[in-house]
Design a protein around this ligand. Structure first.
Ligand code: AMP
Ligand code: MG
Length: 418
């Protein structure tokens, strides 16, 4: 088993171990955020027929040559076509048909004149403009041609894609399965949130933050509960999670006498891939894999370490399993509000808030950076990367920040528009 990998090495290893999951059929209406696993071709033309883009009158453009305000052309009002209706006959020379948005263009007509550009006069209509041929007509197939491939595999389905699937009459669609993630907390001190915490017990909050991190990327968490610090209990709970795609446990991965996770995984026959990543928070990360069976992340127990290691390694793996192509958070460059110092060796992920300064974004530490201080994660809008070999980042210097709160980016974007 490898130990002491750099963050980049560890990331490459875990991503290499993850492949796209198999496809399944999902109701198209529920497929928001899912990744398309089939090409979607159209069995129809959209729109299905030439139709009017305006409320007004269908005409023969040549009948209206030279028409303008003050010198209109008068046409006989022949019939009416409503949306969902059809023309009762072809339009003859010198005629206009009343037409509404979305209604099919009658045979013989080749333009639509907007209602605003006409005056109604009993059974006649005066046209005050010269329409161009094809004006205000939406052509059959101008959106989608029959037989055309409209959506390609790998598309992450958004609202417009679901509208398109509906337009094509699709009620079911083949999408990549959602990653199923089994989550386990481990420790004799841990209890559930509704339990008595007398005697120094603490709530197994990691199960809740990690399950939410799964849901945020569309994965399906299931909860295996709290394992006591015995090999037998940890083993029983790991076994209960072997049908999942990914097993995520927290705690029990350090070098203490009660840290049994690595031993149990090895006993169960998992391939032990690495232990220990040169990062802070979160050094004692275990990565193992069952084959066949789940990828296993034994995350450190401290609440911030668990979340940050999930963020760096589990999240991109879940996105890759789900068939997504963008696996990483957006990054921005920001100037440090205050200097940062550390020993060289490990990459630090510094929890920061991002403020807009005169010269771009400013990153400010959220306060106490201890790996047990979950409050600092509540406030964090980004994780600033303090490179492994660096020992000092002066105030005002620039650093890269992984953006956790993307509303920051949207604010920046609207600032540019203004
Ligand atoms: P360990 O890795 O078992 O040494 O745990 C490190 C620290 O994380 C200890 O203070 C634990 O109490 C805490 N911890 C472990 N598991 C959890 C959990 N599921 N939720 C919150 N804190 C935890
Ligand atoms: Mg423990």
């Amino acid at each position: 088993m490898r130990t002491g990998l750099s963050v980049a090495e560890a990331l490459a290893v875990v991503l290499d171990a993850a492949g796209r999951l198999a496809p399944e059929t999902a109701p198209a209406a529920d497929a928001l955020g899912r990744v398309l696993a089939e090409p979607v071709a159209s069995d129809r033309a959209l729109p299905p027929a030439d139709n009017s883009a305006m409320d007004g009158y269908a005409v023969r453009a040549r009948d209206c040559a030279g028409a303008r305000s003050g010198s209109p052309v008068s046409l006989a009002l022949a019939f009416e076509v409503a949306a969902g209706g059809s023309a009762e006959r072809a339009l003859a020379a010198g005629e206009a048909a009343r037409i509404f948005t979305g209604a099919p263009i009658p045979p013989g007509a080749d333009a639509v004149v907007r209602q605003e550009d006409t005056d109604r006069d009993g059974d006649a209509v005066r046209v005050n403009v010269t329409p161009g041929e094809g004006e205000h007509i939406r052509r059959r197939g101008e959106d989608v041609d029959e037989g055309e491939t409209v959506l390609v595999p790998g598309t992450c389905l958004g609202p417009a894609h679901l509208g398109m699937l509906a337009s094509l009459g699709r009620t079911g669609v083949s999408v990549v399965q959602r990653p199923r993630v089994a989550i386990l907390s481990g420790g004799d001190e841990l209890v559930e949130p509704d339990a008595d915490v007398a005697g120094g017990r603490i709530v197994a909050s990691n199960s809740y933050s990690l399950a939410a991190q799964c849901r945020e990327v569309g994965a399906e968490p299931t909860y295996l509960g709290i394992a006591r610090d015995t090999p037998a209990d940890i083993e029983a709970r790991f076994r209960a999670g072997l049908a999942a795609d990914v097993l995520v446990s927290s705690a029990g991965v350090s070098v203490g006498d009660r840290d049994h996770v690595r031993g149990v995984l090895a006993k169960l026959g998992a391939g032990m891939v690495f232990w220990g990543v040169q990062m802070k928070p979160g050094y004692p990360l275990v990565f193992a894999r069952f084959d066949p069976g789940p990828l296993v992340f034994g995350l450190p127990g401290n609440p911030v370490s668990a979340m940050v290691t999930f963020e760096q390694f589990v999240r991109p793996v879940l996105l890759k399993l789900a068939g997504r192509t963008r696996l990483f958070r957006p990054r921005v460059r920001a100037r440090l509000a205050t200097p940062l110092r550390k020993q060289p060796g490990r990459l630090h992920f510094v929890r920061v808030v991002l403020e807009r300064g005169d010269a771009g974004l400013v990153a400010r530490e959220t306060g106490n950076q201890s790996s047990g201080v979950l409050r600092s994660m509540c406030e964090a809008q980004g994780l600033l990367i303090f490179p492994a070999e660096a020992s000092e980042l002066p105030a005002g210097s620039e650093a890269e920040v992984q953006v956790l709160d993307e509303s920051i980016l949207r604010e920046e974007a609207s600032g540019l528009e203004a």
